[in-house]
Write a protein that binds this ligand. Structure first.
Ligand code: NAP
Length: 243
């Protein structure tokens, strides 16, 4: 039970990777604030995982909503020890067809959203002189992908954000790391063409796409007390796809 009574905020917790991250923290004793755009989904995860978890609706791209979220979490559950910035969206299309709003929305949710949460949550982490921040990037942020200039820019930006936050907050007992998943079976990847899936299965040494259960353990490790000397790192969890 590595997280007994710790308050853990997980954004994008209604589905996919975020739901599994939230469940894994609850199994290890955490009180999890499950955040999603739709309250119903956030509450459903909270009810399923138990352990004092609570669901919150918040659009992470809206800084006023994020500030209100952090105040509500602190009032309901206590000061957050762990923040996992997992909420993310895609709006894929080729560069020449990409509209301004496709680019701006993906960057606003995936990158500015993490900034909003970190700025709001780190105030009380600094006072407590303890915190663990984990940002969910992507192999696409490290290697790029045709049709995803917006998503790749947002996920690469998260790595720069992670490095800078690590440098600013390390002296206050706060670490900040990133996890870069490969291709994981969730709603986000359900429309991947069959030939793309077969390519991943062929090229990844482990021979398959990932599952949310493959990602959550990496996040729990980086969020644990034992990981106090690891900061500013990006841990790729992709079955060796890009070796
Ligand atoms: P998913 O199944 O599509 O779930 C996305 C989650 O983000 C949902 O809970 C959604 O809430 C929430 N969300 C979306 N926009 C939000 C906003 N503006 N404010 C708050 N919450 C918002 O995604 P996933 O595949 O689990 O991916 C989770 C993270 O891993 C994302 O950051 C993604 O980029 C990253 N990732 C995924 C893969 C992959 O292969 N799946 C690979 C690398 C990285 P609602 O349900 O309320 O909409």
């Amino acid at each position: 039970m590595r997280f007994t009574d710790q308050v853990v905020i997980v954004t994008g917790a209604s589905r996919g990777i975020g739901r599994e991250i939230a469940r894994s923290f609850a199994v290890e004793g955490a009180k999890v604030a499950c955040v999603a755009t739709r309250l119903g989904g956030a509450q459903k995860t909270a009810e399923e995982i138990g352990g004092g978890a609570k669901g919150y609706a918040c659009d992470v791209s809206d800084s006023a909503s994020v500030d209100a979220l952090i105040e509500a979490v602190q009032a309901d559950l206590g000061v957050p020890a762990v923040l996992v910035n997992n909420a993310g969206v895609t709006k894929d299309t080729l560069l020449m067809r990409m509209k301004d709003e496709d680019f701006d929305r993906v960057v606003a949710v995936n990158l500015k959203g993490a900034f909003n949460l970190i700025r709001a949550a780190s105030r009380s982490m600094m006072k407590a002189r303890y915190g663990r921040i984990v940002n969910i990037s992507s192999v696409v942020g490290l290697h790029g992908a045709a049709g995803q200039v917006n998503y790749a820019a947002s996920k690469a930006g998260l790595i720069g954000l992670t490095l800078s936050v690590a440098k600013e907050l390390g002296s206050r007992g706060i670490t900040c790391n990133a996890v870069a998943p490969g291709f994981i079976e969730t709603d986000m990847t359900e429309d991947l063409p069959q030939e793309f899936r077969e390519g991943v299965e062929k090229n990844a040494p482990v021979g398959r796409l990932g599952k949310p259960e493959d990602i959550a353990p990496a996040i729990l490790f980086l969020a644990s007390a034992e990981a106090s000397y690891i900061t500013g790192q990006t841990l790729t969890v992709d079955g060796g796809l890009f070796l």
